[in-house]
Write a new protein. Structure first.
Length: 611
């Protein structure tokens, strides 16, 4: 679970940014007090210097230069100074001014000391909330705060309201059989939204069901948001804008004028009550959308702070969905997607500062949702119930077949004693192992890759069964009770030794001629029982060797039984099935291990019970 730190800025309308107080809340580990489980909280309130005018100017300068790179036509009404300035230099100047403000102010130094004292550097995942309604504070590049980068490089910045509570009539996460996603592809002037559609279709192997709305009308979108079965994730791709007064606009289609986000208020309220947990607005200038939806107590929102190039929006969505659908936390998924943008595009000749555009607007009153938590975990679907029943029947098929065929419980127990790896262990463990493997692959592996590998492993497992069936040293229960075979060209010394066995407690061995013997299933069975149960001190070394040679020849498929007909028991078929399933399980387990070795941080696949 991510460690949460809140920075709450207290400013009044008449004061603006002239006087700032910051309340710091550091959430610690879980503690048990007064019979209840709660978080430890460390709070500090301190006064800081106002945001310097030079920092505000540096922010505006970078915004102007960044907009000029993304769309030069947006700068027609601006001065040549903003249009021609170097965006990289503007961003570096912004970061310098920003860190100078944070590093030289006594109040900020006190905040840094408190965080450093209570939050160890070993914290892997930190969730840093900036709580303010002020647009300037929201737009500052908090992710490049040198204190965080040097001490807590895994920190993810989020925005939130200073006053928050769960949505009205909130009933928590509503789990369904599938992760339900409503994806809206709005006006596509100068945009390529086909990639967005492809990315969402790629989520289907991860238990997702997607409803795509292409350029819907306002009424159509409102109706779908209010759908009774509800949604887990809402996505909007297209054009958006935040006006100077903070109003958020959406262009739903190419034919109609933009709508104000307020026009979707009722529909979103219904959707939230029915389980909507995450909104993704992969469109330009989304802070106005986030600020407005925050007062609806929207659980979690991802918006873009500034204008964003189409290819950057596509890359962000691809990286984020890839991580999030594989059950990484929301914080980790967002952080790694932004790091990808930074590595590929935060360069002097590309889009300086682009990595801080995707922004999480969070409701701290609610836990951050995970992909896995959207789905019902305990309920078994009819298909899964059929699969589980079949696995249990297959696991018990061999001992049941032995009992039905030979009608002797003592013989079944004897076979379980001498062949535990075939009779006993698969009966007890095999069905559970296969079921666990199925559940693991359902979470971790894409369906296309799984189908290909499964076909290959099925073929290999068939080969393994063929090799096992045709190899020497067969198992005794592979023969039916009437099985017999003529073994020819037996050496004279061996025949002489076999004749000695006629004095043993086992049946007479049928010696047909001077060079031939007849092997019966009953003779093999009694010989094996005799060898297992006879005290070793009563068997001479020579006699033991003769028994072993007799059994070896009697269980040899290539030399003794390959040309004989009608000797196979029905249990041999179930034995082959057990071998096939065991081989299939081991090979699939190997493939799963290889997949896990490709994961950068395997711990992200382990869901904490607290999340």
């Amino acid at each position: 679970m991510a460690r949460e730190i809140e920075l709450t800025f207290e400013e009044t309308e008449d004061q603006g940014l002239e006087t700032l107080f910051v309340r710091v809340t550091i959430y610690g580990q879980l503690s048990y007090q007064n019979g209840q489980l709660s978080y430890q909280r460390i709070r500090l309130r301190t006064q800081i210097c106002s945001v310097p005018p030079s920092l505000i100017q540096a922010l505006i300068r970078w915004q102007k230069s960044f907009h000029a790179i993304v769309d030069p036509s947006m700068m027609e009404d601006e001065t040549e100074e903003y249009f021609s300035c170097n965006c990289w230099q503007s961003y570096e100047h912004l970061i310098t001014k920003f860190n100078y403000w944070l590093d030289t102010d006594q109040g900020w130094q006190q905040i840094q000391e408190e965080i450093r004292y209570y939050v160890p550097r070993s914290e892997i995942e930190i969730y840093f909330l900036i709580q303010s309604k002020n647009a300037t504070l929201q737009q500052l590049p908090w992710q490049d705060w040198s204190f965080l980068q040097e001490n807590y490089p895994q920190t993810e910045i989020a925005l939130s309201s200073s006053e928050y509570q769960p949505p009205k009539h909130w009933s928590g996460t509503i789990q369904q059989n599938k992760v339900k996603i409503l994806a809206v592809l709005g006006a596509d002037d100068d945009l390529d939204l086909e990639w967005d559609e492809t990315l969402f279709h790629n989520l289907k192997p991860f238990s997702a069901t997607i409803k795509l709305l292409k350029q819907p009308s306002l009424f159509e979108l409102q109706c779908h948001l209010k759908e009774e079965s509800g949604w887990h994730i809402f996505f909007y791709g297209g054009h958006s804008e935040t006006l100077e007064d903070g109003t958020g606009l959406l262009w739903l289609n190419n034919q109609e004028p933009p709508i104000q986000i307020e026009q979707l208020e009722e529909a979103f309220q219904v959707a939230i009550q029915r389980g909507l947990q995450l909104g993704i607005f992969n469109s330009c200038n989304g802070l106005g959308l986030g600020n407005y939806l925050a007062h609806l107590r929207f659980p979690q929102l991802i918006v873009m702070r500034e204008v964003i190039p189409n290819k950057i929006a596509i890359q962000f969505l691809q990286k984020f969905l890839y991580k999030y659908s594989r059950n990484h936390s929301l914080i980790t998924s967002l952080f790694e997607a932004k790091q990808s943008l930074k590595a590929d595009h935060h360069h002097p000749d590309y889009y300086p500062g682009v990595h801080h555009l995707p922004t999480l607007y969070s409701n701290p009153a609610l836990s951050l949702p995970r992909w896995k938590k959207f789905r019902k975990q305990n309920k078994i679907s009819p298909l899964e119930f059929t699969l589980l029943s079949a696995l249990i029947l297959v696991s018990f098929s061999l001992p049941v077949s032995l009992w039905i065929e030979f009608k002797r419980l003592d013989l079944v127990l004897f076979y379980a004693k001498i062949y535990p790896h075939i009779v006993t262990f698969p009966t007890i463990f095999l069905w559970g192992c296969i079921w666990s493997l199925y559940k693991a692959f359902k979470q971790l592996v894409s369906r296309h890759l799984l189908k290909t590998v499964t076909l290959i492993i099925i073929f290999i497992s068939i080969v393994v069964v063929h090799v096992e069936w045709t190899a020497p040293n067969m198992l005794l229960f592979e023969f039916n009770q009437q099985a017999e075979a003529l073994v020819t060209n037996i050496p004279a010394t061996t025949l002489w030794e076999l004749e000695k066995l006629n004095n043993s407690p086992i049946n007479k061995i049928s010696i047909e001629s001077e060079k031939n013997i007849i092997i019966h299933q009953s003779d093999l069975e009694k010989t094996l029982i005799y060898l297992v149960n006879k005290p070793s001190q009563l068997l001479t070394k020579e006699k033991t060797e003769v028994y072993h040679q007799y059994m070896k020849r009697g269980l040899d498929y290539p030399q003794t039984w390959s040309q004989v007909k009608g000797w196979q028991s029905s249990s041999r078929l179930f034995y082959g099935l057990i071998v096939f399933i065991t081989s299939f399980f081991l090979l699939m387990l190997l493939f799963l291990w290889v997949q896990l070795m490709k994961v950068e941080n395997i711990n992200n696949y382990i869901v904490s019970s607290q999340t």
